[in-house]
Every structure is written in structure tokens, then in C-alpha cells.
Design a protein around this ligand. Structure first.
Ligand SMILES: Nc1nc2c(ncn2[C@@H]2O[C@H](COP(=O)(O)OP(=O)(O)O)[C@@H](OP(=O)(O)OP(=O)(O)O)[C@H]2O)c(=O)[nH]1
Ligand SMILES: [Mn+2]
Length: 209
């Protein structure tokens, strides 16, 4: 019996996969490409947020938040759009670290950079103004940005319930819930699972959407 003369790539399905280019015989595995892109975002976020801590008693690493937001999207909201997961991982880099949109554009492309832009508050504005703008901008956001905004709020509200920031009074926590409910109100009709979880958190506090 003669052996095949053509070299096969990894795995039995490799013959059906697109080639990387004319001169390369290495097939591109789409799953590997997605995996690589996501890990690249996790790595970028970990480096950018490395010195940042959450405001809780334990001073948890800030990067736990962005990974947690991405995890809510994949494990609870059923989101499989890679760009949404990438944006979730990068969503606080410009707002909270020395990252620019140009850097995001160069690293991850214009689409991801624009998505992060939709999720970024202008920190040069007073806090009151920023909060008002979130309420106004929520309903006008793109579908993908709405998904990340819902997951971001869900993570932060759960955090508030579990281990609130040091020094936050009961009133301040309640005010955050009330403001978050106004934002979430403008995001309705985007994702059933996350909206139900948010509704439960609000009703615990006597807030109805
Ligand atoms: N619940 C909670 N939040 C913490 C903690 N540490 C840091 N944060 C961040 O603080 C922000 C909420 O605190 P605020 O005082 O209302 O807002 P500010 O820091 O942007 O002025 C959130 O920003 P954000 O993610 O950009 O969301 P958003 O609130 O601006 O929508 C949240 O991620 C923590 O221990 N618990
Ligand atoms: Mn966030």
C-alpha cells in the first residue's frame, strides 16, 4: 500500500480549510484564529489595567471586571459574536487607562475601536453630566454596544450587592441602582436573559423598569 505523497495539515478536516496565502501550505483554522484574537484582547486588557484595582474592600484586580463582563455575555447571555466579546474585554481601556482609540484601531481594527468608543464616557466631563449622557445615549447605541452595556451594568450591580466600594453609603448604592435602572430602561429589547437578571436586581430594591 502506498503512502500519500501530499503533506496534510493538523486534523482530518484540514483539507477543507482555506489556505493562508498562495505560497503557504498551512491551513487557517477559523476556531484557532478566533481563540487567538480573544486571548490577544485579554492580554492587552491585563497589561493596560495591571496597576488598577476595584474599589472594594479586597481591592480586586480591575481586569476581573472586564473579563467578568465578557463571561456574562458568553455564559449567560448566549452571545457568540466575537467582536462583542472583544469590545467587552477592551471596554474600559480608553476610559480608565492611557490607551487611545488610535492604539485600539491599530491593534484590533476600526470596527472594534468604534465599538469601544460607544462604550466610553468622556472623563473630562463632570460625573453628573456623564451619568446623564449615559441615560440619553443608551437607546441610541448600536445593538452590539447595548449588549456590552447590559453586561457591564449587570456585573457592577452584582458587585455592589456582593462587596460595595469602600465608603459607599446605603443611599449612594441605592442611587446607583436607580440611575442604572434608567440606563437599562433605554437598553430594553436587546437580550432577554440579561434584562431578566437586571430586573430581578432592581425589584429587590423596589425599583421597577
Ligand atoms: N460596583 C463597583 N464598581 C466599581 C468598583 N470598582 C470600580 N468600579 C467602577 O466604578 C464605576 C462606578 O462608580 P461611579 O463612582 O458611579 O463612577 P465613576 O468611577 O466612573 O465616577 C464603574 O465604572 P464603569 O464600569 O465604567 O461603569 P459605569 O458605572 O460608568 O456605567 C465600575 O466599573 C467596585 O468595587 N464595585
Ligand atoms: Mn465597565
Amino acid at each position: 500500500m502506498s503512502l500519500p505523497t501530499r503533506k496534510l495539515g493538523r486534523g482530518s478536516q484540514s483539507q477543507n480549510m482555506p489556505m493562508t496565502g498562495e505560497r503557504s501550505s498551512q491551513p487557517v483554522d477559523p476556531a484557532a484564529k478566533v481563540c487567538k484574537e480573544i486571548v490577544r484582547c485579554v492580554n492587552f486588557a491585563a497589561i493596560k489595567h495591571k496597576d488598577q484595582r476595584r474599589k472594594d474592600e479586597a481591592q480586586s484586580p480591575y481586569v476581573n471586571h472586564v473579563i467578568g463582563v465578557a463571561y456574562i455575555l458568553t455564559s449567560e447571555a448566549g452571545v457568540s459574536d466575537v467582536s462583542v466579546i472583544q469590545a467587552a474585554l477592551l471596554h474600559d481601556t480608553v476610559e480608565d487607562t492611557n490607551t487611545s482609540f488610535y492604539e485600539l484601531q491599530a491593534e484590533f481594527g476600526e470596527d472594534i475601536a468604534n465599538l469601544v468608543k460607544e462604550l466610553t464616557d468622556d472623563k473630562s466631563l463632570p460625573a453628573e453630566e456623564r451619568k446623564k449622557l449615559q441615560v440619553i445615549h443608551a437607546p441610541k447605541s448600536s445593538y452590539r454596544a447595548k449588549l456590552v452595556k447590559l453586561a457591564d451594568k449587570l456585573y457592577n450591580l452584582r458587585d455592589l450587592r456582593r462587596s460595595p466600594p469602600v465608603g459607599w453609603s446605603k443611599e449612594r448604592i441605592q442611587e446607583y441602582f436607580q440611575w442604572a435602572a434608567q440606563v437599562v430602561s433605554g437598553l430594553r429589547g436587546t437580550n432577554k436573559q440579561m434584562e431578566e437578571s437586571l430586573c430581578d436586581l432592581f425589584s429587590e430594591r423596589g425599583i421597577t423598569l
